[in-house]
Write a protein that binds this ligand. Structure first.
Ligand SMILES: Nc1ncnc2c1ncn2[C@@H]1O[C@H](COP(=O)(O)OP(=O)(O)OP(=O)(O)O)[C@@H](O)[C@H]1O
Length: 315
């Protein structure tokens, strides 16, 4: 393994991988290399994210092509699994155990001595802010607590490569920030982390390096700013409900990143804003509301749904 690191190769090498489930094609001729740090794997529902994560973590074998992790293949190579962490989408915990006992048991299964496993599990319970649950059984944990425990388990054994499948689902804002900080820090210490999501800004908070897949194929790859450049010709649409839509529209149109504003004749408070720079829009929005003394009752960014981004990229 050390020899591999000295060679400075990519941690993950996927070469012409296809995967079928019976007749269903889930991935189609995907080639990809990923190095240390955090990469976001983005795609709408059914894009093939979970399939790709399962292939990269050795849970599935490709129908065609090859997967190398740390320069090795999974076939007949159980030792490789010690370096891999996976937090899958499905929830599977030992309900009768407490959080700390669960983590300790999982580490012992990995071959950790009891004393080390116990120490590490308590460290993680603190890190993930689960100390208050004490010795309560996992069966009594809330959805967010379960999710945090699952993430803690996936990284407990200090893997070199970590795969997190939609880890933010079910987490409240505080826990999202906590998990984002933990993941970012792992990336900074040289761990290769691949985190999947269908929500762009969720991943953008953690890393700017993204991989976009849709319908089983790689669509775009690179820095999130480069990806947004690709979208530059396709303004993003935001739907707002505002106290005075006409005044709001005028103020929006004064911003040069706003391409178009549409009022809805049927729903008087509804406004559609088309902007080429969503982040800039959010910065300006506060200023507009203050200056014009307006209030918004709802805001929906179409971009939050990755489907919209893919439509732009694919057309
Ligand atoms: N076990 C399976 N059997 C049959 N088809 C499957 C199986 N798992 C996934 N698929 C199909 O493969 C394709 C990719 O699914 P996958 O779960 O990898 O996508 P995803 O991007 O993770 O989606 P989501 O965000 O909804 O979890 C989909 O068409 C899905 O229906």
């Amino acid at each position: 393994m050390e020899a591999f690191q000295q060679q400075g190769r990519h941690t993950i090498e996927i070469n012409k991988v296809s995967k079928w489930y019976g007749d269903v094609s889930a991935l189609n001729d995907v080639s990809l290399t990923i190095g240390p740090g955090v990469s976001g794997l983005l795609g709408p529902n059914g894009a093939g994210k979970s399939t790709l994560l399962k292939l990269m973590s050795g849970q599935l074998e490709p129908s065609l092509g090859s997967v190398h992790i740390l320069g090795q293949r999974f076939q007949n190579n159980p030792g490789l699994f010690h370096h891999i962490g996976l937090c899958p989408e499905q929830d599977s915990l030992w309900e009768e155990l407490s959080g700390p006992s669960f983590l300790t048991a999982m580490l012992e299964l990995q071959g950790w001595p009891h004393r080390d496993a116990h120490k590490r599990s308590h460290e993680l319970i603190g890190l993930f802010d689960l100390t208050k649950a004490g010795t309560r059984r996992v069966s009594g944990y809330s959805k967010g607590m379960r999710q945090k425990l699952r993430i803690a388990q996936s990284l407990a054994h200090q893997p070199k490569v970590l795969f997190l499948d939609e880890p933010m689902s079910g987490l409240d804002a505080t826990s999202r920030t906590l998990v984002a900080d933990i993941v970012r820090e792992l990336g900074e210490t040289g761990v290769t982390v691949v985190i999947s999501s269908h929500v762009l800004h969720e991943v953008e908070n953690i890393t700017k390096e993204v991989i976009i897949i849709n319908q089983g194929s790689l669509r775009a790859r690179g820095n999130v700013y480069e990806i947004r450049e690709l979208l530059a010709d396709h303004p993003l649409q935001l739907e707002l409900r505002v106290s005075d839509p006409r005044r709001f529209s005028r103020a929006c149109m004064a911003k040069n990143h706003v391409v178009k504003v549409e009022l809805d004749p049927n729903e008087k408070d509804r406004v559609l804003v088309f902007t080429q720079h969503q982040n800039q829009f959010f910065q300006d929005l506060y200023e507009i509301l203050e200056a014009e003394d307006l209030a918004i009752t709802s805001l929906h960014a179409e971009d939050e749904d990755m489907e919209a981004v893919f439509n732009y990229l694919i057309k």
